[in-house]
Design a protein around this ligand. Structure first.
Ligand SMILES: [Zn+2]
Length: 497
């Protein structure tokens, strides 16, 4: 495509709130324009990257029997009330009313909807296993959108749901999806880590996250450089033990009841681990509660962290509730763990029968008795991937797109308006075609054109100049390696087509 026909706009300066490399490059390269906090319009340039990402997702999911569906964005609230999430999720879930006054929600994830669809269509165990997926816009009213396309309020997501006759079959699919996700990220040249994670509000038990180490990330990971152990900070383990110095810390349940935890002095509880130990979600208690640690109100759950030397008081329990920090020993090999910032690009969960039971999903089993399917779910943030790929592939001059997702493979430019140069550039463009080549046909200076080529980061830049023609052809430069060679026109066409 000729630059002069394309809806494109590069810029040299961006607002200060663009605080990560990808946030700056997204704006500078004209991939997206901010409309409101956490809400961006995607340009044609970004949409083509998105559609190439989506194609990879569809190919890999279809290859393991995935079938694409489209689930509604607006859901009746009763579906979410039945699973308890209407009550438990904060204002991130947008609640609204339709014209008849019926409560509705904007679905920020689709376990409820997918289960409701399965209820209609999966009548017999013979239909199991079943894997469905969709690629769709979601809205989450995040309190703190940030980092450009990394934490958005409106974004594109691929979400998939699987249904199985038993837990063993879910295990098989879960293992298969781990491999599918590794292939997906490898095709985008993203060096992801797979980590154990807290399944949080999804209501699951076993979960893994795919994370990309990046300073721009908001996830905190503990990783071992020796044995490869890696886990989200919320659930990371350590072999720390025998700590003598104890601090008692109060936490509270949603209902305002206290939970008391004993931790090494100067350390915090992992809220996910403490919630699992106490059997109820907790948050730290603000200020000092009206009791002392040696006299909690009767019935208060008391949890003593397993790293401490002290034993639990009567009625209390010892459990691993410590939030692991950098330098704590690795639970597998004992080497000091490294604290790493990372971007979560995908996650997978074993949901069990949580949603199926609450939404009365059952099928006819082999012996005619009802069978409640076991479920898994699998997410990938598509818009976030655009930012993650940029975080992983950029330098001081701009983006360096992997060939698998680049908008065009070739960025062609002419540095001089002479007839000979323009003729050679036009011939190259005609041979490659608008689908494979961005042709910078602007009257801008060579300096501007080279700068924009580095910024846009297409895999190969082809420059036609009086100098290159004198040297026998056109200059082909690899954006990633910087490797440059002059090729005769015909050879360049053959190589780039
Ligand atoms: Zn280790």
């Amino acid at each position: 495509m000729r630059w002069s026909e394309a809806l494109m706009a590069t810029r040299r300066t961006v607002p200060a709130e663009a605080d990560t490399p990808s946030a700056r490059l997204v704006l500078k390269a004209g991939l997206a324009a901010r409309l409101a906090s956490g809400i961006y319009s995607l340009s044609p340039l970004a949409m083509r990257v998105v559609s190439r990402i989506e194609r990879i997702l569809r190919e890999e999911l279809d290859a393991v029997g995935g079938q694409e569906v489209r689930l509604p964005v607006v859901n009746p609230a009763d579906l979410w009330q039945a699973t308890g999430r209407y009550q438990s999720i904060d204002d991130t879930l947008v609640r609204l009313h339709d014209r008849a006054g019926r409560p509705m929600v904007l679905a920020m994830t689709h376990e409820e909807c997918a289960t409701a669809l399965a209820r209609e269509m999966l009548v017999s165990y013979r239909r199991l296993p079943s894997l469905i997926y969709q690629i769709q816009t979601k809205f989450r009213d995040e309190a703190r959108p940030r980092a450009g396309l990394i934490r958005l309020r409106e974004f594109i997501m691929k979400d998939a749901y699987s249904f199985h006759a038993d837990a063993e079959d879910l295990d098989r699919m879960y293992t298969q999806m781990l491999a599918v996700y590794r292939r997906i990220f490898a095709r985008m040249e993203l060096p992801v880590l797979v980590v154990d994670s807290d399944s949080g509000l999804m209501g699951g038990r076993v979960a893994h996250e795919f994370i990309l180490p990046a300073d721009a990330g908001e996830d905190h990971i503990l990783a071992c450089g020796v044995c490869g152990y890696a886990a989200n900070r919320e659930v990371a383990r350590t072999t720390l033990h025998g700590t003598a110095s104890v601090a008692w810390q109060w936490h509270r349940t949603e209902g305002g009841r206290p939970v008391l935890a004993a931790l090494p002095r100067g350390r915090h509880a992992s809220l996910a681990k403490l919630a699992a130990a106490a059997g109820v979600p907790v948050t730290p208690w603000d200020g000092h509660p009206p009791w002392e640690a040696d006299a909690p109100p009767p019935g208060t759950p008391v949890v003593v962290d397993a790293s401490l030397k002290v034993s639990a008081p009567p009625g209390g329990l010892v459990a691993d509730v410590l939030e692991v920090a950098g330098q704590d020993p690795c639970p597998t090999c004992g080497a000091p763990l490294q604290a790493v910032r990372a971007i979560e690009v995908g996650n997978i969960f074993k949901l069990g029968t949580h949603y199926a039971e609450r939404l009365a999903l059952s099928v006819t089993g082999p012996n005619g008795a009802p069978l409640v399917p076991v479920m898994g779910c699998y997410g990938i943030g598509v818009t976030r991937l655009v930012a993650a790929i940029i975080e992983a592939h950029h330098d001081g001059a701009g983006i360096r797109w992997p060939a698998s997702v680049a908008r065009w493979p070739v960025h062609l430019l002419a540095t001089h308006p002479s007839a000979e140069v323009v003729r050679a550039a036009d011939a190259l463009y005609a041979a490659l075609g608008r689908a494979r080549c961005l042709y910078d046909d602007r009257s801008a200076s060579p300096g501007v054109k080279f700068k924009d080529a580095d910024l846009l980061g297409l895999p190969r830049r082809v420059a036609v100049s009086p100098k290159s023609l004198a040297a026998g052809g056109v200059e082909v430069r690899q954006r990633r390696s910087g490797q440059t060679e002059v090729l005769p026109l015909e050879a360049a066409i053959a190589q780039l087509s």
